[in-house]
Design a protein around this ligand. Structure first.
Ligand SMILES: [Zn+2]
Length: 98
């Protein structure tokens, strides 16, 4: 199945400011729209750790220094990102079709 090469759904992340998006948002030079750093492609492992991060945000022992608002904003940010790249946020870590 060829699906990873659509720029609108190819996930990238900024190594500097943690911006998340798709490669088409980063433009021709693949730079972060927030800080201008060259973005890195996010592979399966990166997506899985973001999923784990999102799950952990619901738990109290994680990021204890964050306020509820910060947690909610971060969850939303991760949710929006997964929506944009057209990938499920939950429950398919074991599905291996790549
Ligand atoms: Zn950035």
């Amino acid at each position: 199945m060829i699906e990873q090469h659509d720029p609108k759904t190819s996930p990238v992340a900024c190594p500097r400011c943690d911006w998340l998006g798709s490669i088409d948002q980063a433009g021709d030079e693949s730079r972060c729209p927030e800080c201008g750093t060259i973005v890195c492609p996010l592979r399966q492992k990166g997506l899985d750790s973001l999923r784990a991060h999102h799950r952990q945000l619901l738990k109290m022992g994680y990021k204890v220094e964050w306020t509820l608002e910060q947690r909610a904003a971060e969850q939303e940010r991760v949710e929006r990102f997964f929506q944009r790249i057209g990938q499920p946020l939950r429950g398919d870590q074991n599905r291996d079709r790549a």
